[in-house]
Design a protein around this ligand. Structure first.
Ligand code: KIV
Ligand code: ZN
Length: 509
């Protein structure tokens, strides 16, 4: 397939994705995701909005320093201070891009910016020229492009390309457009902007009407050659277009689109899981491509068809997106070697102490749970891969509860070789447990959100608890897993405390 039909994948999980309410990630988590995006084969990683906070600046800087395979991009408003901050944060990047944006729709210009078209045009051109002096690769986004007056949109695109923009992005900022209309917009831009061939046309769609992926695909069909998207579709409000859905649609329907991407699709499920872990956003079971049920056939007729010929009901192979089967792989008699080998097959390499601790955990799980599936293994080792210091560790907990008994929990925690224990009663076992943990760690948290999901099926399945905890001015999302749900709840809460202490030690605001 020719270069012309290669669609560039611009991932904005770390920028627009992080704008999803409650999705904030720390610097280490962002770097871990950036490495995974690089492995996935993403062309451009939008790592953040450097001027917005010290934390964002540092994250972009750290991604810029470590990522070599993908272009690292920083967002900037059309202001010198923003562009300076982006250029500084990106200084160490091997391949870098500054993404400058400015709203162009009547509504935004009048109410938000209080500026005329001429003023906006000048600001955009000046900003692109200024950014171009610092970095060669410049993207310009006329924010709310889909609601921008056409003639003005064509004019501003022509002028920013003249000023040096190498990519022009057409955001459907408020998720207002629909596929045929958005595709038409891209076609019209191609026909009305005289120098459009000098820039790559990019698309950026939000999911307010649930059509962000459809809009992106329609635009690609009509000539867009960069698509902005996020893992699991996370992002502002209803989210951004989901990368895995766009990539797999282009791959599965290459007969229709005639386009390719550079994505190594076998990495998709792994990164989906990582982003879910870091943000605490659970992936819906029916989510296309990466949901728990995405490749499960329940109806007898379907199962029968699949057994006779997979293509009767399967349009993609689960292994092409790295979807884990639930075949029995390990049990309590499995040794360290088998454990290590299986992890390697899942793309996880643990060494020395990390491997020892994960193996111990596996043995404890295998003692309680006869069948250990790949999904179980992933959550077992995740504890060893955590991007934060484990200041506190759970040693044990004992609890007493019943229909007419006030719950009482005793927890034993370990920190720096010392053990500490406390008991507490509460409204329920989880409340009592969290109060006892607060008493040991002397860090008081308020539980804002709590959810539990089973990792696999069956009564002995591991439970995965996700908590959102408020500590003074900071909300932290964390997870814990165990075959015992109170233990999983305790681990999730302790992980939240550890994440907080880790961020404080790193000096994060
Ligand atoms: O949705 C939007 O318009 C954006 C821009 C900054 C590209 O995220
Ligand atoms: Zn956006």
């Amino acid at each position: 397939m020719s270069e012309q039909n290669r669609v560039l994948i611009f991932d904005t999980t770390l920028r627009d994705g992080e704008q999803a309410p409650g999705a904030s990630m720390n610097e280490k988590e962002k770097l871990e995701i950036a490495y995974a995006l690089e492995r996935l084969g993403v062309d451009i990683i939008e790592a953040g909005f450097p001027v917005i906070s010290e934390g964002d600046f540092n994250s972009v800087q750290s991604v810029a320093k470590h990522i070599k395979g993908s272009i690292v991009c920083g967002l900037a408003r059309s202001m010198k201070a923003d562009i300076d901050a982006a250029a500084e944060a990106l200084a160490a990047a091997r391949k870098k891009r500054i993404h400058v944006f400015l709203a162009t729709s009547k509504i935004h210009m009048r109410f938000k910016l209080k500026k005329t078209q001429e003023e906006i045009l000048k600001m955009a051109v000046d900003a692109v020229k200024y950014a171009r002096k610092k970095v060669e690769d410049i993207e310009f986004s006329p924010e709310d492009a889909s609601r921008t007056e056409r003639e003005f949109l064509y004019r501003i695109l022509e002028e920013v390309i003249k000023a040096g923009a190498t990519t022009v992005n057409i955001p459907d900022t408020v998720g207002y457009s629909v596929p045929a209309e958005y595709a038409q917009l891209i076609g019209d831009i191609k026909n009305h902007v005289p120098n459009i061939h000098k820039a790559v046309i990019s698309v950026h769609c939000h999911d307010d009407l649930g059509v962000s992926v459809a809009n992106s695909l329609a635009a690609i069909k009509n000539g867009a050659r960069q698509v902005e998207c996020t893992i699991n579709g996370i992002g502002e409000r209803a989210g951004n277009a989901s990368m895995e859905e766009i990539v797999m649609a282009l791959k599965t329907r290459s007969d229709f689109f005639g386009c390719t991407t550079g994505i190594h699709t076998q990495e998709i499920c792994r990164i989906s899981r990582l982003v879910s872990k870091c943000t605490g956003f659970v992936v819906a079971p029916n989510k296309a491509i990466v949901g728990h049920n995405a490749f499960r056939h329940e109806a007898g007729i379907h199962q029968d068809g699949i057994l006779k010929e997979r293509s009767t009901y399967e349009i993609m192979r689960p292994e092409d997106v790295g979807f884990m089967g639930t075949g029995l792989v390990l049990g309590k008699h499995s040794g360290r070697h088998a454990f290590k080998d299986r992890l390697k097959m899942l793309g996880i390499e643990l060494k020395d102490k990390g491997l020892d601790e994960a193996f111990d955990r596996f043995k404890r799980v295998a003692d309680k749970k006869k069948q250990v599936y790949d999904e179980d293994l992933i959550v077992i080792v995740e504890d060893e891969l955590k991007a934060f210091q484990k200041t506190w560790n759970l040693v044990s907990l004992i609890f007493q509860s019943g229909t007419n008994i006030k719950p009482d929990v005793r927890v034993v925690l370990k920190s720096k070789g010392e053990t500490y224990e406390k008991s507490s009663s509460g409204d329920g076992p989880v409340d009592a447990c969290y109060k006892a943990i607060d008493a040991v760690t002397k860090v008081k948290g308020e539980l804002l959100d709590y959810s539990i999901q089973s990792v696999t099926q069956g009564k002995d399945a591991m439970g995965e608890v996700t908590v959102k905890v408020k500590f003074k001015d900071r909300n932290i999302i964390a997870r814990g897993t165990s075959t015992d749900i109170l233990e999983a709840s305790a681990k999730a809460y302790i992980n939240a405390v550890n994440k907080l202490l880790s961020q404080q030690a790193d000096g994060k605001s």
